[in-house]
Write a protein that binds this ligand. Structure first.
Ligand SMILES: NC(=O)c1ccc[n+]([C@@H]2O[C@H](COP(=O)([O-])OP(=O)(O)OC[C@H]3O[C@@H](n4cnc5c(N)ncnc54)[C@H](OP(=O)(O)O)[C@@H]3O)[C@@H](O)[C@H]2O)c1
Length: 290
């Protein structure tokens, strides 16, 4: 049996779908079990556990051949990353007590970067889990293609998408969540010892201009990217309600300056199969239904 956290989200849902398709037993772990009826109908056991609740997480992980650990995204962390430090402690306590057969932890590209930035949250958690006497794979995916869900409305309405990734012709490592879920499900069914890192990106690197051109093809209208000037980011993010935009700005700098990269480099990263066009088409369809 495989315990899957974040099952109501993008990646956790994909992991569960892949395991069910392979006829594996799945335990969905959710803070709100009321959101999991569809998973229960598909045969999943459902357990309630919040990422900040060690006893509930221990119960959720106990007896699992493998656990998929996904920590909720936090775009506006405290300056000392205390939220990530707390989750790291909780996960270590729960995994140490439950001792599942193995763990796949969803980390990120650039978790090895020395400069502080938003992704430091995963650096902290990887380090804390790195002590555990349990086989762990740190799965480090690229920028999610699904981040372009924010681009659908401007592409459709004005045809001008604001871009924080710049310059607009710089290729960025990106990957579809369908590829992440498929690879995570495969990794959960492997056997290994100790700790390892798997770095994953899509079939090819994607420029912001390619995102605009793909939207243009899919929407049959002119679409272009427009750079959001670096000096405007701080006031923009504050005006949107963020309290501490610095880590997010540092992360964007890291992608734009190239120091957020795979430790193994582009030549050696694992490659997914799902192209950008497939993801953007489904984002457009989803927006049309909502
Ligand atoms: N976006 C990127 O480009 C990128 C790149 C690399 C790595 N990542 C990492 O990928 C992860 C996000 O994956 P995703 O897109 O699949 O996320 P998502 O769709 O936003 O799903 C987040 C999941 O976490 C659950 N959750 C939220 N708060 C929780 C809590 N307190 N306790 C337990 N569960 C909680 C949510 O459940 P509810 O339904 O109850 O809210 C949901 O199932 C983050 O760790 C992020 O750092 C993202």
């Amino acid at each position: 049996m495989f315990a899957i956290t974040g099952i109501t989200g993008n990646v956790g849902g994909e992991v569960a779908r892949n395991l069910l398709a392979a006829k594996q037993l799945v335990r969905g772990v959710a803070r709100d079990v009321g959101k999991c009826d569809a998973w229960a109908q598909r045969g999943c056991e459902i357990l309630a556990a919040d990422m900040n609740d060690p006893p509930a997480l221990t119960a959720a992980f106990r007896g699992a051949a493998g656990v998929f650990v996904l920590v909720p995204p936090n775009f506006d962390p405290s300056p000392d990353f205390r939220e990530a430090r707390g989750i790291a402690r909780t996960l270590r306590t729960a995994l140490n007590a439950a001792r599942p057969g193995r763990v796949v932890y969803l980390s990120t590209i650039g978790a090895q970067a020395a400069q502080p930035n938003l992704l430091t949250q995963h650096t902290i958690i990887e380090r804390v889990l790195g002590d555990l006497p349990v086989p762990i794979t740190f799965l480090r995916p690229a920028w999610f293609m699904e981040n372009s869900s924010w681009d659908v409305a401007p592409a459709t309405s004005s045809g001008v998408i604001p871009s924080f990734l710049q310059p607009l012709d710089k290729p960025v490592p990106m990957v579809a969540t369908a590829d992440i879920g498929r690879v995570a499900a495969e990794l959960l069914r492997e056997t290994w010892s100790g700790h390892r890192v798997v770095e994953l990106e899509g079939p090819h690197r994607v420029t912001p201009n390619e995102i605009a051109a793909t939207f243009a093809r899919l929407l049959s209208r002119a679409v272009k990217m427009e750079v959001v000037p670096r000096e405007a980011w701080q006031s923009l993010f504050l005006s949107q309600g963020m309290k501490n935009p610095t880590p997010r700005i540092q992360m964007l700098d890291g992608f734009n300056e190239g120091w957020i990269e795979f430790a193994c480099g582009e030549a050696s990263s694992r490659k997914g199969k799902v192209p950008l066009q497939t993801v953007l088409r489904s984002l457009i369809e989803r927006a049309g239904k909502s």
